[in-house]
Design a protein around this ligand. Structure first.
Ligand code: HAM
Length: 413
């Protein structure tokens, strides 16, 4: 026998039973974003590698280790998109969207690709919903984006989320701060763990996440970036916070929040779920005022977020098969009528199915049970259908011509 093939490591098939949750997540996001003035954008699944090298940043894990890059038959260097912000900025520039009334508000949903070590909630192909607002540096933009993501999680019924909020200031502020932090850490090097010392020059911020007791004591007194913001950045951040307070969105100020992409300036945020393990981030984002000009576009302040559909589905914990309204059980003489009746119900917006494998009536009844349909519809010979409510077992005859209307009423009551 030929060897069986499997989906590539870190990828998965989204089977029918996972679809109700996935569609509810995307549907809810679409409804909320479109009702807030966001238009949908779809960009290619692959882009020039240069876009991510420049946009996401050469020193990030994403660019250094996680990109699926390839050379195509024409010798072009391409990469499966690891994230959505740089592509949306590329599209904004390419289509001259700076000439539109600002800000331009866009949303997207689709697959993204990162060559990460697979584990629960971490995949090599995953799906994100994202929102980007380009062309305004107003704190109202940051607040709108954060409240939208907060409301999305609330409306979906996800409990136990925590919002971490920070501000990174400008690139210059950050550079000066990192120097100050490194000097501080060097001055107390003997008290730090070996791992922290090894990473001191490449990533001193990691020291804030250390479990080591000695390191934690040192970090308690370490300078914090949020205390080093210049007055314009500090005012901006204070304004964002007061807008969140007004909306009743609670957050934990986190001076150590570092995100895995280089483009952030000012506000950064991340929503975590207590229902997830190590991969707790449901979604996150922030402001990226310098990215557009870095990609060759006009100076354009912008902000946005991305949220993982699989992580949200995990936090919801839902797994249910798509539910049918009716399963039609027909005897041999009524098989063709069963197909016509199924289409009549479908055209009236009902979810209906029937046996397509010439099963016995008993076999069809089993199928009706397994399908989780609300009703079974029995068709015998030329007779009118019998409608049975699967839960109560109540059964009655309904004229075929009135069945759809009757069922719709019964379902909506
Ligand atoms: P990110 O934090 O890298 O941000 O990803 C956003 C979300 O995508 C994460 O919070 C997580 O839910 C999901 N995610 C990321 N990697 C994986 C993975 N390997 N498996 C499953 N889910 C994953 C961005 O991508 C930015 N573009 C967000 C943004 C938009 N910032 C500004 N605008």
């Amino acid at each position: 026998m030929a060897e069986k093939l499997k989906a590539p490591r870190g990828t998965f098939d989204a089977l029918p039973e996972s679809q109700p949750a996935r569609q509810r997540i995307e549907g809810q996001a679409r409804k909320m974003l479109e009702a807030s003035g966001y238009g949908r954008i779809e960009t290619p699944a692959f882009e020039d590698t240069e876009l991510f090298a420049r946009g996401v940043g050469g020193s990030t894990d994403i660019v250094q280790k996680q990109m699926f890059s390839f050379t195509d038959q024409g010798g072009r260097e391409l990469t499966l998109r690891p994230e959505g912000t740089a592509p949306v900025c590329r599209a904004y520039i390419e289509h001259g969207m700076h000439k539109l009334p600002q800000p331009v508000k866009l949303w997207y949903a689709g697959p993204y690709f990162r060559h990460e070590r697979p584990q629960a909630g971490r995949f090599r192909q995953f799906n994100q919903i994202g929102a980007e607002v380009m062309g305004s540096d107003s704190p109202l933009v940051d607040a709108e984006l954060i409240v939208l993501l907060h409301d999305l999680f609330t409306d979906l019924g996800i409990e136990g989320t925590r919002l971490r909020l920070g501000s990174l200031g400008t690139a210059e502020t950050r550079r000066a701060y990192l120097e100050e932090l490194t000097t501080y850490l060097r001055s107390r090097e003997s008290e730090l763990s070996k791992e922290v010392v090894a990473r001191l020059d490449s990533n001193p911020l990691r020291a804030f996440d250390s479990d080591d007791e000695g390191t934690q004591t040192v970090m308690a007194d370490a300078p914090k970036l949020m205390d080093r913001l210049d007055s314009a950045d500090a005012d901006h951040f204070a304004h964002v916070r007061s807008l969140l307070d007004e909306q009743g969105v609670s957050y934990d100020l986190d001076p150590t929040l570092v995100r895995g992409l280089d483009y952030y300036t000012r506000t950064v945020f991340e929503f975590e779920s207590s229902k997830l393990g190590a991969q707790a981030a449901l979604g996150g984002g922030g402001r990226y005022d310098g990215l557009m000009s870095q990609l060759g576009g006009p100076d354009t302040p912008a902000a946005g977020w991305g949220a993982g559909i699989e992580r949200i589905a995990l936090a919801l914990g839902e797994q249910e098969p798509p539910r049918l309204d009716a399963f039609i059980v027909a005897d041999d003489a009524a098989r063709d009528r069963a197909l016509a009746l199924a289409f009549d119900l479908r055209r009236h917006g009902l979810a209906a199915d029937l046996d397509l494998a010439e099963r016995s009536a008993k076999g069809q009844m089993k199928q009706a049970d397994r399908s989780g349909a609300r009703y079974a519809v029995f068709l015998e010979g030329e007779g009118e259908p019998q409608l049975r409510a699967m839960e109560s077992g109540e059964q009655r005859q309904v004229a075929a011509a009135e069945l759809a209307t009757h069922m719709r009423k019964a379902i909506n009551s």
